[in-house]
Design a protein around this ligand. Structure first.
Ligand SMILES: [Zn+2]
Ligand SMILES: [Zn+2]
Length: 65
């Protein structure tokens, strides 16, 4: 006797979050170091300058397959 596998219609559970995987990089305007991840570094690891409006923020090119 085989165990009756439940005929579960697997609905594709896709999360339609737009722009969820955007990666932003920033360059310190104080010491011109970088790029740093915006999500990881609020402060410049090099000179401890806090990211401000003068710091250059760029969107990292998304790796699409
Ligand atoms: Zn810096
Ligand atoms: Zn700055």
């Amino acid at each position: 006797m085989s165990k009756g596998s439940a005929g579960y219609s697997s609905s594709s559970h896709k999360s339609s979050l737009k722009g969820s995987s955007k990666v932003y990089m920033w360059y310190c305007d104080n010491c011109s170091n970088g790029p740093y991840l915006v999500a990881n570094n609020d402060y410049c690891p090099n000179c401890h300058h806090q990211r401000c409006s003068y710091c250059v923020v760029e969107r990292a090119p998304s790796t699409r397959r």
